[in-house]
Ligand binder design. Structure first.
Ligand code: SAM
Length: 237
């Protein structure tokens, strides 16, 4: 899968996404991440990419022309799915990450300052995504969050496909608690059942822990889970 990140700060996203699992995935050509510097596409002779907003108000706005030309440099005459990272977007979820991981190519557009001229957004953007109800200085961190969550769902990126299956948000549950060696640390023992070798019992324990944790930490998610369980029960009755 190819990710193209349109940004005024390419070094930020390049460095941030070049290590660990994503770095290895890029080496294996499972994904590629290229950062396109929007400033390279300005027609302003001083390299300016922003200007005052019509109607007044504090702050500068990124202009349409450099953003449009940066997008065209990647897409040519094609239309590639383009995500604008914005606090005004739909909240980003694992479900959305899964959906985007089915694309062959994805453009991620990072705003800065007060954001981007609405007219170019209308022409190139297909999805508006927010990573939370707070305002960042720029879209770069948000783009990195989206690329990370999407790229790890591309087949082959994670060593073990199972790990995405049992993780948090699968089936509207959070993952169960996990333990590694030693068996006893600071007087806290690994739950007996995990040492039993009885896979049926381990599965049941994990399911119960997932349910309990989701109920405690994410009652909104737990309500969704319970509702789905009710429907499944009804259908199988
Ligand atoms: N004036 C804009 C508003 O009130 O909606 C906020 C602009 S913000 C200071 C600058 C850029 O940061 C945005 O264009 C967007 O790309 C990015 N950004 C800020 N908060 C974000 C969030 N919660 N999720 C995704 N991107 C965000």
């Amino acid at each position: 899968m190819k990710f193209h990140i349109l940004t005024l700060f390419p070094e930020m996203v390049q460095q941030g996404l070049a290590t660990s699992i994503l770095g290895r995935a890029a080496e294996k050509n499972l994904i590629s991440i290229d950062a396109v510097n929007i400033r390279d596409y300005t027609q302003d002779k001083h390299g300016k990419v922003d200007d005052y907003t019509y109607g007044g108000g504090a702050g500068m706005l990124m202009q349409a022309q450099p953003v449009y030309d940066a997008y065209r440099s990647v897409a040519g005459e094609k239309k590639i799915r383009c995500v604008y990272l914005t606090p005004q977007g739909e909240p980003f979820t694992q479900k959305k990450a899964k959906e985007l991981s089915g694309e062959e190519e994805l453009v991620l557009l990072c705003g800065h300052y007060e954001g981007i001229d609405e007219r170019v957004l209308e022409e190139v953007v297909t999805d508006y995504i927010s990573i939370g109800d707070y305002v960042l200085t720029g879209g770069e961190l948000a783009a990195m969050v989206v690329v990370d969550a999407v790229a790890r769902l591309v087949p082959g990126v994670l060593n073990n496909d199972e790990s995405a299956e049992t993780e948090s948000f699968h089936n509207d549950l959070l993952e169960y608690p996990q333990y590694s060696r030693p068996e006893d640390w600071h007087g806290k023992k690994v739950p007996e059942v995990l040492l039993s070798g009885n896979h049926k019992k381990i599965s049941a324990w994990r399911r119960e822990q997932s349910e309990r944790r989701t109920e405690e930490r994410r009652p909104d998610l737990y309500a969704k889970y319970q509702e789905k369980q009710r429907v499944i029960k009804k259908l199988s009755a």
